[in-house]
Each structure stands twice: as C-alpha cells, then as structure tokens.
Design a protein around this ligand. Sequence first.
Ligand code: ATP
Ligand code: MG
Length: 420
Amino acid sequence: MKIKRPKGTRDILPSEVYKWQYIEDVIRKLCTINGYKEIRTPVFEHTELFERGVGETTDIVQKEMYTFFDKGGRSITLKPEGTAPVVRSFIENNIFNDPQPTKIYYITPCYRYERPQAGRLREFHQFGIEVFGSKDSYVDAEVINVGMTLLQSLGIKNLELRINSVGCPICRKEYNLKLKAYLEHKLQGLCKFCQDRYNTNPLRILDCKEEKCKRKLEDAPFMLDNLCDDCKNHFERLKKGLDIIGLDYIVDPKIVRGLDYYTKTAFEIISNDIGAQGTVCGGGRYDGLIEQCGGPSTPGIGFGLGLERLLLILENQGIPFPEEEKPELFIAAIGEKADDKAMELLFELRRLSIKADKDYMDRSLKAQMKYADKLKVKSVIIIGDEEIEKNIIKIKNMENGEVKDALLNDIDDIVNKVRR
Ligand code: ATP
Ligand code: MG
C-alpha cells in the first residue's frame, strides 16, 4: 500500500521551493530594516502554555489543537500559533531585563485540526512579529506597517486594512454587560460555543463564523463606541500613526481577534482574491498576555500572517516570482578517462563556487546534451579523449551558441569563459 501524506498537509516540492525561499528572503530583509530579530522556538510545547496563552474560550484551544501525551505522560501540543511560545521564551530567558522594546519575528509551521480547504490546512506556515514592552500606539502602527509593506512589496493589490479597538479589561467589563443585555433574549438562537462564550467571553461571540450567530448580532453594540478615555486616546494615536506612515485603513468595529488576551488594537489585512479565507494577516495588542503567562506586567503587540494564503493571493493575482537560479555549467564526458577528468574539473570548479554538474547515469553524449538542455544550464563543456590529449576544451554558450576554446589545465581561464 502506498503511504500518503496526512490530510491537510502539503509537500513543498523542490520544483516550487524557490517561491518560499523568495518570500522568506523578502521577510528577513524587511524585518532587518525594521529592527526585528528572529526567534526559533520548539514545534511542541506544554499544552498548558496554549490553554493559558491563547485562551480557553478560543476555537484554537476548544477544537483545533494537536494534543497528545508523550511517553513520559506529559501533555504536549504542537504549536497552533506563534505568539504564546515567543511570550514563554521572553519570560523564561529574562529577555524583559534587556532594554525595551523587544522586537522579534518568526517563520514557523503551525498545526491546527481544521477542515482542510483552500487556504486552510492542518499544517500551515506563519510569519509573525511581536513587540514587547511599549504601550505606544505608534508601535501598533509600525507593526501593521510591517505586514502591509510585506504584502505590498510583493506586488499584491486590492488589500484592505481593517482596524478596531477591543478596549481594555476596565471598559470591556462594562461593555460586556451591555452586550449580554442585548443578547439575553437571543441566546437560544446562538450556537453551542457562543452560548458558552456568553458567560466566559461574550466579546468573542462577535467573531463567530456561524451564520445564525452573525444574524443575531446585526444590531449589537460595539466595543468601539464604549471605550474608556485611555483606550480612545490610544486608538486616535494609532490612526494618527497610520496617517503619518501613509497607510489607508478602514475602521471596522466588527473586527475581534480570536484570542482572549487582546486589548485595544485589533486588525486584519484582507484580500478579496482568495475566496472565503480572505484574512491573510491578523493581529493586535495583548497587554495582559505576558502577565497571564507568568511574566512581569508587560504590554505587547503582534500579528500572524499565513504564508500559504499569501502564496494563494500571489497566484490568484498572477504575480510572477523572480526566476529560479539556473546552473551555470554542465560537463559532458565521452568515455571512462574523460569521465575521471570531468569529475576532477567539476569539483575544482565547485570549489570556486561555479554552479556545475556532470552526468552520473552513464548516458550517451547525445543524452547528456539533452539532459543539460533540460537543466537549462548556461554553458556546456564536452570532454573526450581528443580534448585530454590536446589539453584544449570547448565551452559552448547554450544561450547564443557561441563556442570558446580554453586550456583544460587552466582553471582560471575556464572560470572566466564560463562566467563570461
Ligand atoms: P481564520 O479566521 O481564517 O480561521 P484565525 O483567526 O484562526 O483565521 P490567526 O490565528 O489570527 O487566524 O492566524 C493568523 C493567520 O494565519 C491567518 O490570518 C491566516 O492567514 C493563517 N491561518 C490561520 N489558520 C490557518 C490554517 N488552518 N491554514 C492556513 N492558514 C491559516
Ligand atoms: Mg481559525
């Protein structure tokens, strides 16, 4: 029986990996320009981290985690998102003692048990950034701008930036009472999860994807209209920051991020070119999270950006990727003696960083040339008995057909003529 990959996973094949490498390259450069350093945390963590750090009332914790007991009987969970592990590491490694803010990015696989569909996988990849230590909403503007700049610099069009404020524990407490009063007589019509959320985290009902819940919420009061002065000022300064940077945005009071410890800023970047799974980037401020995870009270903000969704947008908008790097040279050999010489030359050239290859399949000369063509090499050298005897080889430029002679024992000459 042929073994297949698990449902909801994908192979990134050698023929397409250049797309990923290109995007990762753009990400790394962008992060460096903006002053973010990379962090790499384990693929699995103690389950408790996500229960505390993502929140018991979220879809992730309630339905989507890959949780199992390891051989030592510990409850382990595959990383469903990037923020909680970074927070854990920030606390565990006392990074809060460094001068603040701490600016971190990651590129990581994530695991969620979801129903696979376009833009929704069980193993997917996220690029994310986090800033710890500053309350200033200009930081929120900077963070949002990193996400927008990445997408825009890749050539993506028709993006919508939607921003909102979900308040703080103080104003949300009052708002929750208003929202609960509004929902009191509609409770029976809500889904089972929202009925629970009504008691645990009513704001999250606004984020439910069930149609019947969405309908019930049409005239619900918004957090945005019920902010305290501190949260209101914070939101005004965020908008000012975005204006200074020159980013367009839509204020959308319906944006509620899925995590429990979000405070103040919540935002999404949406593309209408990838169907239902239109949110490519989601993030916000979580001033309560680090304390919740056992650290000193420290504000934070960040986002997660789905790389599979990003690739889908690029494909659907027909945006081309830079071409893959081609090998520079193929060395074809006729006969055993020439094959030894080709081997010697190949490794000498590779030591000088020439991207070269030779035949390992005992092909005929004709088949070697066909193969070289398929590799799309820029030049070919053919070595036979005569070339060895006369110490002269021909370097053929496959792009214009030009042929140049070089001395077989003069490696610098060969390099120059291959490099042209
Ligand atoms: P959604 O509402 O689409 O389920 P989410 O709110 O669960 O998204 P986040 O937890 O904020 O998403 O994750 C950030 C980003 O990661 C999303 O905007 C999306 O681009 C990507 N993402 C989330 N879940 C998946 C998945 N199962 N497969 C592929 N990408 C995903
Ligand atoms: Mg989700």
